[in-house]
Ligand binder design. Structure first.
Ligand code: ZN
Length: 68
């Protein structure tokens, strides 16, 4: 299941949230201040979870660290 990193613009914290579908993504709240003003952190690995073209998403480092 995809776990995304989020950033709360209200209390300026980062947290991880388990998002199984788009409805859950909309209702993600900050666990600290319960604000809905959160942004998903766009890391290399979370932008293209299931596609085979990881090279285009991550550039030259796509094969360096790999998926964890
Ligand atoms: Zn917060």
């Amino acid at each position: 299941m995809p776990i995304y990193e989020y950033y709360c613009s209200k209390c300026k914290c980062e947290f991880e949230a388990l998002v199984r579908n788009r409805d859950e993504e909309k209702s993600v709240q900050c666990p600290h201040c319960h604000s809905g003003e959160v942004m998903r952190m766009m890391s290399c690995f979370s932008t293209a979870p299931a596609t085979g073209s990881s090279a285009s998403a991550c550039g030259p480092r796509s094969s360096a660290g790999g998926f964890k």
